[in-house]
Write a protein that binds this ligand. Structure first.
Ligand code: BG6
Length: 482
């Protein structure tokens, strides 16, 4: 039948996010027949353009094979484009007419993907609510960060959205929740007898959650400078990972039971203070390997003299029975020495060590999110052969060895599919968001109000040495040279 079952409306279709991420993701899902077969896409934006224009802009990001041409034609044949203002209700009535004009358009479910700058967010959501909601099918709205820039602005946005949509219609994306290893945390922790009983302050010495990128702002400096690394990565992506690592066992694996526990653990964290932080900003390295590496302030789109941090390290204490006293150290930065995201759980020393003093090292469980997903555990074993001294080795589950043939979907692919099935487990609930903002807002205001100077670090290094010192003083043992 030609009856349309579902319509994806992409607001901001001409923008960067749509072109680089959202349209390519919809294409991969469409290509692999994972979307409903009678789906239609409607792009909406202010620019005057055609689907053909949109295709030309997007194709370079779609990784299209020659053999996929015919299917790609079908994909773009299922797309239409509506031009209109973001503030004008009548433009959204036109958009609604376009949807109603599709076969069975009246009954089709609607997914609204808001790939928009925060400035137009309020108007667009109001207009969608007033002019574009399906009366028969379901309506779901996908929104992307930034969800405000502090507690108050985020609360204002949440109230605005709550006045327009029900919470079960709102899908707040944090794409870290779509990553294999982040989703794996729940299973590792709660489907193994091995970890549950030792997952606490009696056995764990510290937890470190790291995000590193080997490139700078890459011309995105104008956007980045308004937010900084704390809002860009720590308050959302790393905090999601922290909640999943530290939460109590949920009463079931349903979305709200899990999110209830995530909120609860956040409630046990006091607002962050500057004493528990190290801030950095990268500077150029004219002798950088290959090409000269530009500093943050050399980026023409970054305001002169900006003190926005591009690196941040922060220590948190979770004041509950399970964790009190165990440092949770979060570290994130741009223009560092490598690309890496991981969770590192370091266990306490074995009591009553009987081996040569200093030989036995702490156990460490590492969940590597990227690159090369892996779960591995540093442990001691007898040196193989004649030697009887303990030696540190690894129990290693590297996914590219163990699961060679599994194609790992992109985070956005999983999350967009979840929207169709109505699963909100991997989306951010409004109370999670407000707890995260409660913890970060005072220090963000202080950093901005006092123009706290970040420590310069060279492009391509580990970040400020002060950060490594901080980590060592916080009780984390680096096992070898780093
Ligand atoms: C985004 C940030 O949310 O996450 C970017 O805005 C960052 O600054 C990106 O580069 C990292 O995502 P990933 O999936 O490459 O780790």
């Amino acid at each position: 039948s030609t009856d349309v079952s579902d319509v994806v409306v992409l607001c901001g279709a001409s923008g960067d996010l749509a072109k680089k991420k959202i349209i390519p993701t919809l294409w991969w899902l469409f290509r692999d027949d994972l979307l409903p077969s009678n789906i239609r896409f409607v792009g909406y934006a202010r620019s005057k353009m055609t689907v053909q224009n949109l295709r030309e802009k997007t194709e370079p990001f779609m990784k299209l094979k020659d053999s996929e041409k015919a299917k790609a034609n079908k994909f773009f044949d299922s797309m239409s484009y509506v031009q209109g203002s973001y503030t004008d209700k009548s433009a959204f009535e036109k958009l609604n007419k376009e949807i109603l004009g599709l076969p069975n358009g009246c009954n089709a479910n609607r997914v609204f993907y808001l790939a928009l700058p925060p400035t137009v967010f309020a108007d667009v959501t109001r207009n969608i609510h007033d002019a574009c909601m399906s009366k028969c099918g379901w309506n779901r709205v996908i929104v992307e960060k930034p969800f405000g820039r502090d507690f108050d602005s985020s609360a204002e946005l949440s109230n605005h959205l709550a006045g327009l949509f029900r919470e079960d219609q709102l899908y707040r994306i944090d794409h870290y929740l779509g990553k294999e290893m982040v989703q794996n945390l729940l299973v590792l922790r709660f489907a193994n007898r091995l970890f549950g009983p030792i997952w606490d302050r009696n056995n764990i010495a510290s937890v470190m959650i790291t995000f590193k990128e080997p490139f700078g702002t890459k011309g995105r400096g104008g956007y980045f400078d308004q937010f900084g690394i704390i809002r860009d990565v720590m308050q959302n992506h790393l905090f999601q990972v922290l909640s999943l690592t530290a939460m109590e066992k949920p009463v079931s694996n349903n979305a709200d039971d899990i999110r209830d526990e995530k909120v609860k653990v956040l409630k046990c964290i006091k607002p962050l203070t500057l004493d528990d932080m190290v801030l950095g900003q990268y500077v150029g390295d004219p002798e950088g390997e290959g090409e000269a590496k530009e500093g943050y302030l050399d980026d023409a789109t970054v305001p002169k003299g900006s003190v926005t941090p591009t690196f941040a390290l922060a220590r948190f204490n979770i004041s509950n029975e399970r964790w009190d006293g165990v440092p949770f150290i979060l570290k994130c930065g741009k223009a560092l020495n490598e690309r890496k995201a991981e969770v590192r759980v370091q266990f306490r020393e074995v009591p009553g060590d009987i081996f040569t003093p200093g030989v036995v090292k702490r156990n460490e469980l590492v969940m590597r999110v990227q690159p090369n997903e892996a779960v591995y555990c540093k442990m001691m074993t007898k040196t193989p052969g004649m030697n009887v001294e303990p030696i540190e080795t690894e129990m290693d589950l590297s996914y590219n060895m163990r699961y060679k043939d599994v194609k790992m979907p992109d985070a956005y692919e999983r999350l967009i599919l979840d929207v169709f099935t109505g699963s909100q487990l991997n989306f951010v609930r409004s109370d999670e968001l407000s707890e995260a903002w409660r913890i970060f807002t005072p220090v963000l205001h202080q950093i901005e109000g006092e123009k706290v100077k970040p420590i310069p670090y060279k492009f391509g290094t580990r970040g400020p040495v002060e950060a490594d010192d901080f980590v060592k003083n916080a009780g984390f043992h680096y096992s070898s040279t780093y």
